[in-house]
Write a protein that binds this ligand. Structure first.
Ligand code: FES
Ligand code: FES
Length: 156
């Protein structure tokens, strides 16, 4: 079957099988920036934005994306680099596996919190929002410092 949607604002038609996971379809189509590890919705590596909402693309049928807007990390390159600089400044750079999903989720979080009118950065809410994006190598302290500074730079 053919899936019609947009990827990073470009209309595309992607071949997929019924029951095939969106992560597999995207990777087969060349969107290798979408990573995949657990394949069970537990690590967050495969996160994409579907209509601006973070989802684990390994755990959603590709057919569910029909007519919808998919964003990968490549679609938010400028914002990702900006946030990445804050993360690096706190010594919390991540590997190429967990970074794309973490950064995409963090960017969606910032937008969502701002839309909700959040004033000061709420670390507890951030930890909750990002709980599905695992890194095996850190205690997330550097990430939280970076996210707080990023938030304050953008939201005063
Ligand atoms: S690969 Fe999708 S959540 Fe782990
Ligand atoms: S830095 Fe990628 S899993 Fe920890």
């Amino acid at each position: 079957m053919i899936l019609s949607c947009t990827v990073n604002k470009k209309p595309v038609r992607l071949e997929c099988e019924p029951g095939e996971a969106l992560a597999d379809v995207l990777r087969a189509a060349g969107y290798k920036e979408v990573k995949k590890a657990c394949g069970t919705g537990n690590c967050g590596l495969c996160t994409i934005l579907l209509d601006e909402v973070p989802v684990a693309s390994c755990s959603i049928f590709a057919a569910r994306a029909e007519g919808r807007a998919i964003t990968t990390i490549q679609g938010l390159k400028k914002e990702a680099e900006e946030l990445g600089a804050y993360i690096a400044a706190e010594g919390a750079e991540q590997c190429g596996y967990c970074s794309p999903g973490f950064v995409l989720t963090a960017l969606a979080m910032e937008r969502e919190f701002r839309a909700q009118g959040m004033g000061r950065f709420d670390e507890l809410a951030a930890r909750h929002y990002l709980a599905g994006n695992l890194c095996r190598c850190s205690g997330y302290q550097g990430h939280m410092r970076a996210l707080k500074k990023y938030w304050e730079a953008r939201n005063g």
